[in-house]
Design a protein around this ligand. Sequence first.
Ligand code: SF4
Ligand code: SF4
Length: 321
Amino acid sequence: MHATLPLIQSTDFPPIRRRRLETLQVNLGYRCNQSCLHCHVNAGPNRTEQMDAATADTVLDFLRASEVRRLDITGGAPELNPQFRRLVAESVELGVHVMDRCNLTILEEPGQEDLAEFLAARRVEVIASLPCYLEDNVDRQRGKGVFEKSIRALRRLNALGYGREGSELELCLVYNPQGPSLPPAQRALETDYRRHLSERYGVVFTRLLTLANMPIQRFGSTLVTKGQFNDYMRLLRGAHRDENLDGVMCRSLVSVDWQGQVYDCDFNQMLGLPLRVNGTPRAGLADLIGRDLEGNPIAVMDHCYGCTAGQGSGCGGALAA
Ligand code: SF4
Ligand code: SF4
């Protein structure tokens, strides 16, 4: 795989600082039942890195000691980590809103037969990747048969009340472009998704989130191989909007890796760019307990234009929405 860090290090991205921390995003490891082309964490079935029980305890200690009331759990397929259910259940007990970044096909993996019921019983918000409402496009990006399995999973979640009007069970779908282009307008695409998924498959959902592809890891490397990296960076930089700087997710989120190290966001985690506390890199989550990060400078490089281009992009979808 081509290294993309040297290509983004020299940057004129504007300096930004942290605001009040609202969300703890925890990556439970890189094991996944899929290995998608655009995956920015290079997850796959052969990855073995996963958060251990002691680090999961630190996550819970942090939540107990802080006012952060949103836990965003990601991976890999986070549900494959043996700590996943304990972390979810104990966080919910603490009054924390939990989000599970779920790839949908995991619901059909052995040992996960009761996963949907587990999530529903704890009012966990499901954020599910479905990069298109057309079968061919999804299967090309995420693997053969993934679309069909995803539709089955969505129907199961709908049957439990997920995504239904008036239901507390939120089901968000995540779109990202197939190639080196910016996502279309989130609201218009959501209307298309709703119509197509409901008419053809009887599937409903709460919201659509559009995310831009970041020029790093597997996607970035593919761009380098195809000679498209510089063009994609030009596209992102050319579409940069200063007003998006206010809403980039790193201002109110901390990302924790499977070993408990902290970063300004998931993308910086994948690049190995640590969050700096008092100028010192490589802080662990335990070091942040009782510490106020407001005003802390954020580690930015050229990939950050992926968050500020066009309608903007973050874990919660378009920033302008
Ligand atoms: S399902 Fe998600 S974590 Fe797994 S390989 Fe695909 S993009 Fe990566
Ligand atoms: S990639 Fe986006 S979220 Fe991460 S530090 Fe840059 S602007 Fe912030």
